[in-house]
Design a protein around this ligand. Structure first.
Ligand SMILES: C[S@@+](CC[C@H](N)C(=O)[O-])C[C@H]1O[C@@H](n2cnc3c(N)ncnc32)[C@H](O)[C@@H]1O
Length: 477
């Protein structure tokens, strides 16, 4: 069988590779030719589209699962593209994530004895309904999941159909990822908004009224913050207060606050919550508890999406920071600190440790300062700055840092910034990563510069997806 870019092919998936790629093997003159298919699982027969063809392998996007894997089980959740493995028992997901992430450290990080340094795989405490944020899209182009057909002039509210940016599959039953009550009543919300006769967004034409609903949840308060995002086209015919009443009627006191955002920006990469907003009723913020500290979550603020799993991740990171390491009266840097959660939790376990938190997003730093105040923590200095520039501008810290916590974004840490971190000569670096491939790359650099990877653990923050978080302890020799 020969394949071409753009071609639709039927494939049997036999293996699994890092990053959620199933592998099919096509017989070839050399033996077999591997084809990687995103979001597929061993045992499935899939319809896939060839996106890249290389001499030694090809890559495909998943179009449809034609036959389920024998491993898949029956669940009542509505399948969504954001949870491709929800029907695979979580123990099997864990085994695959563990194995393929270790392979990444072997291949990219060149750590052949990674099994010896591997500490533990930490499963998510909640397997279902673990998320605290969900974004739903409106579209007047619906993908009907029963017939697998496209319906125009529809009023769909749910998630994008896999591989498309214009078609939405209406959510009629919970997805298993977010709040059950909210998702099981989402079809009532949709029907109510449809009755207004204002149109759902038309993504190709970039027009329409209803655009998105974003919901944030506090597990601590068991409450929701709802943000309805619309355009201004037809605004005078929309009664936001009446919709607020409907939300109260459906969910009672569980709605902590409802805000209406008007966003006329049609740039593809614009954030969906951009625009002007009005609080229709209730609070602008909810409070979450992490390891007995309280953190404010507003619509805009960054917050870990699976808080119970984040507690496990932070506990492991702090264990690595404290193991045989007295941090009292020392300086610790929390680089890429976001809203400062790690530094604040760490400060509850030490006396007189001077903590420095740095993040590039000024709003995150503002949240960090406010949260620290709320938690009565005054041992942290937060800076809104690029980590690379910060380390250049404050060279006085070199040689004085006991421990560095690094938690860069998915793209990883820029090589020049990593060099500046190494130049600080901290005794220890605890490196948290949501992309073990970039962490494995940096592991090689750290090891070449005298930092030995002593231990690594993986934390499953996102069951049913390919994501995996990794936390590593490096000690300077
Ligand atoms: C994975 S998040 C860290 C989350 C945080 N440690 C927590 O647990 O909540 C990565 C953070 O890096 C920040 N960031 C990205 N590039 C940066 C840079 N060049 N300098 C400083 N911060 C940066 C982002 O704003 C984001 O908050």
């Amino acid at each position: 069988m020969t394949i071409q870019r753009g071609q639709l092919v039927e494939l049997e998936i036999t293996d699994f590779a890092f990053g959620g790629k199933g592998i099919a093997r096509i017989p070839s003159e050399e033996g077999s030719y591997p084809v990687f298919v995103d979001n597929s699982w061993p045992g499935q027969t899939v319809l896939a589209r060839v996106t890249k063809k290389r001499k030694r392998h090809a890559e495909c996007s998943l179009v449809k699962v034609l036959k389920k894997s024998p491993e898949e089980v029956q669940l009542s959740y509505q399948p969504i593209s954001g949870a491709p493995y929800i029907f695979v028992p979580v123990e099997r997901q864990i085994a695959c994530k563990r194995q393929t992430t270790l392979d990444v450290f072997r291949k990219i990080g060149k750590i052949q004895d990674i099994e010896d340094r591997f500490d533990e795989f930490i499963a998510s405490p909640a397997v279902f309904n673990y998320r605290n944020k969900m974004e739903y899209s409106f579209s007047c182009i619906e993908h009907d999941i029963a017939t697998d057909e496209e319906i125009d002039d529809a009023f769909a509210l749910g998630f994008k159909h896999r591989g498309t940016w214009w078609k939405v599959e209406s959510l009629n039953a919970e997805s298993g990822l977010f709040d059950s009550e909210w998702e099981n009543k989402l079809s009532i919300v949709r029907e109510y908004l449809k009755q207004t006769e204002l149109p759902a967004w038309h993504p190709p034409r970039k027009e329409g009224f209803f655009r998105h609903i974003v919901v944030r949840k506090s597990f601590f308060q068991d409450q929701l913050l709802v943000n309805l995002v619309t355009s201004s086209e037809g605004l005078d015919r929309f009664d936001a207060d009446a919709f607020g009443q409907k939300l109260k009627e459906l969910f009672g006191n569980r709605i902590a606050g409802f805000q209406h955002t008007i966003n006329d920006n049609v740039a593809d990469r614009a954030k969906i919550e951009n625009g002007t907003w009005r609080l229709v009723f209730g609070e602008e913020k909810i409070i979450e508890d992490l390891l007995n500290l309280k953190f404010e979550i507003s619509m805009e603020s960054f917050f870990q999406t699976n808080p119970k799993s984040a507690e496990k991740l932070y506990t492991k990171a702090l264990d690595y920071a404290f193991e045989n390491n007295d941090l009292d009266n020392k300086v610790l840097m929390d680089l890429f600190c976001g809203t400062g959660t790690i530094g604040q939790i760490l400060s509850t376990r030490t006396n007189n440790t001077e903590i420095i938190g740095v993040d590039i997003v000024p709003e995150a730093i503002e949240d960090a300062k406010r949260n620290a105040k709320r938690n009565a923590i005054d041992t942290i200095n937060f800076y809104a700055a690029d980590v690379g520039k910060f380390l250049k501008e404050f060279p006085q810290y070199a040689g004085k840092i006991a421990t560095i916590i690094l938690d860069p974004p998915r793209a990883g840490i820029a090589p020049k910034t990593l060099q500046k971190v190494i130049d600080l000569k901290a005794d220890r670096i605890v490196y948290i990563s949501c992309n073990p491939a970039t962490q494995a790359r940096d592991t090689e650099t750290l090891q070449e510069n005298g930092y030995v990877l002593e231990k690594v653990s993986f934390v499953d923050q996102f069951p049913h997806t390919s994501h995996i978080e990794s936390v590593a302890k490096f000690v300077r020799q």
